[in-house]
Design a protein around this ligand. Structure first.
Ligand SMILES: Cc1cc2nc3c(=O)[nH]c(=O)nc-3n(C[C@H](O)[C@H](O)[C@H](O)COP(=O)(O)O)c2cc1C
Length: 161
């Protein structure tokens, strides 16, 4: 069956992005993670970010019930982590793979950058919800980003600082 949204998806996919994992604490206290390419920076003062959560994602109830999330920006060597958390019933995070900062949301130890954030607004937007949050702690490392373009991954350029 042909996907009626294919032409729009193809056009949206011409916009190249990085890839992040967004994590929160689930209702039972366990870490929940999802692969996203909708993460964007919004404001410097106050420091705000957002990403868009699909309503039908299995992690939707966890993120809607959470008051915080953390964003792990993936480096070029992390395609398998992107694929892992884009899958239904992803292999659960092992304790040695992640850490928690101020909010308690999970952050992958292996990363290019990370943002620990408290949710300040939820906006209904069609089949997604926009989750706006204030950054309470962040970190950036040297390296190459994982890029996503036209449904394919590639390596980005090395940072210069
Ligand atoms: C590169 C990439 C980017 C994605 N970006 C988003 C996104 O921004 N928001 C979202 O809700 N889902 C996004 N997804 C899809 C989710 O990762 C995926 O639907 C979800 O993890 C699968 O879980 P489920 O089948 O249990 O719902 C993306 C997937 C990939 C591979």
């Amino acid at each position: 069956m042909t996907d009626p949204h294919r032409p729009l998806k193809d056009a949206f996919g011409r916009f190249a992005t990085g890839v992040s994992l967004v994590g929160c604490v689930g209702a039972d206290g366990s870490p929940v993670m999802i692969t996203v390419n909708s993460f964007v920076s919004v404001s410097l003062s106050p420091p705000l970010v957002l990403w868009c959560l699909e309503r039908k994602a299995s992690s939707f109830p966890a993120f809607i019930g959470a008051d915080a999330y953390a964003v792990t920006v993936l480096h070029a060597g992390q395609r398998t982590q992107s694929e892992r958390f884009a899958r239904y019933r992803a292999a659960p995070l092992k304790p040695e793979e992640y850490e928690r900062w101020t909010t308690g949301a999970p952050i992958l130890k292996d990363r290019l950058a990370a943002f620990d954030c408290r949710i300040v607004n939820r906006h209904q937007a069609g089949d997604h919800v926009i989750l706006v949050a204030e950054v309470v702690k962040f970190e950036a490392r040297a390296g190459k980003p994982l890029l996503y373009f036209a449904s394919r991954y590639s390596d980005g350029p090395e940072t210069d600082r």
